[in-house]
Ligand binder design. Structure first.
Ligand code: FAD
Length: 302
């Protein structure tokens, strides 16, 4: 009989600390803003390589994203990365946002095309005077300021991309335009990410790709999101949440276990960078980081 591997024990005791980064979304109200900042303060001592702030569909959060990023620059030691999309804006408008970020001291971007303004699944309609794709946005950002740029990658293929090869070629173009790394769309099975990493290697792409880790506790909402972005939800995962609609506490515990296992599997396969979709809550992300051996700086030194 062979003993089962304890991947979590391995992850927690591995020599060498993984690098982590965190994604937040801009809050809508003063109360949510206060809550976000409490969570940022909790995660800050984990010394993330960067923290990113999303850009609402169609630029709907443009000012709130900017305010949140500017506050991160002026009030924390964190390195913020501002998400920016091409949707519903002319090139001149997008370039204006890029220049404002550069002048505000923001040096990192997550450059995205964005989803179709009419909704995910519809054909993408480029603004008549706008950028057509993330490639063009990266090119413009590099002309304006030489930003450090992350771009989206899609381990299960972007839904509108005809083939995997086409999609990977698109990632290559984003890298050639000046992007430094990819951040993956969410996925829930380590195999999905590892197969994607292999595909990239076969295509000669060795740029860093951070797995996007989504510790989501609301499977109903997740089903919609996953469908829209082409991420598959394993049946076993859906089953785990069945009958828990009115039991958020159990759902959170289940999420903690399944996400920790996903991260431990990736760590066992040599993944050293993790990007967390925090959903503006620190608790799950903080505990999973701990399992990965990521601790507040003072504790790590003691
Ligand atoms: P692109 O790289 O420009 O292209 C999208 C896909 O279309 C590509 O995979 C490519 O294969 C295909 N494609 C490109 N050109 C063509 C062509 N000529 N013909 C046919 N197919 C083509 N959305 C937001 O609105 N705000 C955010 O803050 C945000 N943050 C995100 C963060 C991450 C880490 C990820 C993974 C996604 C995020 N998104 C966000 C969602 C993103 O905007 C969508 O996934 C969007 O549909 C694609 O964006 P992209 O940058 O990958 O686009």
């Amino acid at each position: 009989m062979t003993l089962a591997h304890n991947l979590i024990a391995e992850a927690a005791t591995r020599i060498g600390r993984p690098r982590v980064s965190f994604e937040f979304f801009p809050p809508k109200t003063d109360a949510l803003e206060a809550q976000l900042w409490e969570n940022i303060r909790k995660l800050e001592p984990l010394d993330p390589t960067f923290v990113s702030v999303t850009y609402g569909a169609g630029g709907s959060t443009r000012d709130r994203t900017h305010r949140t990023v500017a506050r991160l620059v002026s009030e924390t030691r964190l390195k913020p990365a501002a998400h920016l999309t091409c949707v519903a804006a002319s090139k001149a408008e997008v370039d204006g946002v890029l220049r404002n970020y550069w002048h505000a001291g923001v040096r990192k971007l997550v450059a995205l095309r964005g989803d179709p303004p009419g909704g995910v699944g519809l054909p993408y309609l480029q603004h008549p005077q706008g950028y057509a794709s993330a490639v063009e946005l990266v090119e413009s950002a590099m002309r304006i300021g030489g930003f450090d740029i992350s771009v989206a990658v899609h381990p299960e293929k972007h839904p509108s991309s005809p083939t995997f090869e086409f999609d990977i070629d698109n990632f290559k173009k984003k890298l050639a335009a000046g992007a430094t790394r990819g951040i993956s769309q969410m996925f829930f099975d380590a195999e999905v990410f590892l197969r994607f990493r292999d595909r990239l290697a076969r295509a000669g792409v060795y740029a860093p790709v951070l797995p996007g880790i989504m510790p989501v506790t609301n499977v109903k909402g997740l089903r919609r999101m996953a469908e829209a972005c082409g991420a598959s939800l394993p049946r076993w995962l859906v089953r785990l949440f069945e009958g828990l609609d009115d039991d958020p506490e159990t759902r959170r515990l289940v999420t903690a276990v399944t996400t920790a296992q996903l991260c431990a599997q990736l760590a066992a396969e040599g993944v050293e960078d993790f990007h967390f979709y925090t959903l503006n809550r620190a608790d799950l992300t903080y505990s999973i980081c701990r399992i990965l051996g990521v601790r507040p700086e003072q504790q790590a030194q003691s």
